[in-house]
Design a protein around this ligand. Structure first.
Ligand code: FAD
Length: 136
């Protein structure tokens, strides 16, 4: 089974509230362990940026399920790659909170100083998530 990494972004739904994050993380951690999926989820400025790592079939099935979730809108894939090793192997789903998203970190990876995944390249999105995860 080929190991893959998928990075996508989306926008929160109108009625999304911060308690929904807790529910998403609890469900994700329970499901992902069973599927040997790892990754991180960042929520900031109304946007989600998530990295999913695992077997191709498991990651594809999870991403398809996530795209149908009404708690967010307009998901789009930023990168999908076969990988030699995981970047976030210690997290079934690590949460990277908005409080850790500094202007300096955003500027390091994008041309603007406000977090918007649309401004991130594939390498930039991974670099951003790696750097952010190193702060928690
Ligand atoms: P069920 O729990 O049976 O739910 C059926 C439907 O209702 C699904 O479409 C589900 O998305 C939706 N739903 C479930 N709870 C709510 C709610 N509180 N409000 C509105 N709709 C709801 N799941 C993972 O397993 N791993 C992840 O890494 C992961 N990351 C996510 C990241 C984001 C940004 C979002 C929004 C969701 C994420 N989820 C993740 C949740 C995923 O979308 C599914 O809800 C979850 O996997 C359960 O799937 P299910 O088919 O068993 O749905």
């Amino acid at each position: 089974m080929q190991l893959v990494q998928l990075i996508y972004a989306s926008k929160k739904a109108e009625n999304f509230n911060r308690q929904d994050i807790e529910a998403i993380l609890a469900c994700s951690r329970e499901n992902n362990v069973k599927q040997a999926i790892t990754g991180v989820l960042c929520f900031s400025q109304d946007f989600f940026l998530q990295c999913l790592e695992g077997g191709r079939a498991e990651v594809n099935a999870l991403y398809t399920r996530i795209t149908h979730d009404p708690r967010h809108l307009q998901p789009y894939i930023i990168d999908y790659s076969e990988i030699a090793e995981r970047s976030f192997s210690k997290w079934a789903m690590g949460y990277l909170p908005e409080t850790q998203v500094s202007r300096e970190l955003v500027l390091r990876y994008s041309a603007v100083d406000e977090f918007d995944p649309a401004h991130l390249s594939a390498a930039g999105a991974l670099g951003f998530l790696r750097s952010l995860s190193a702060t928690i």
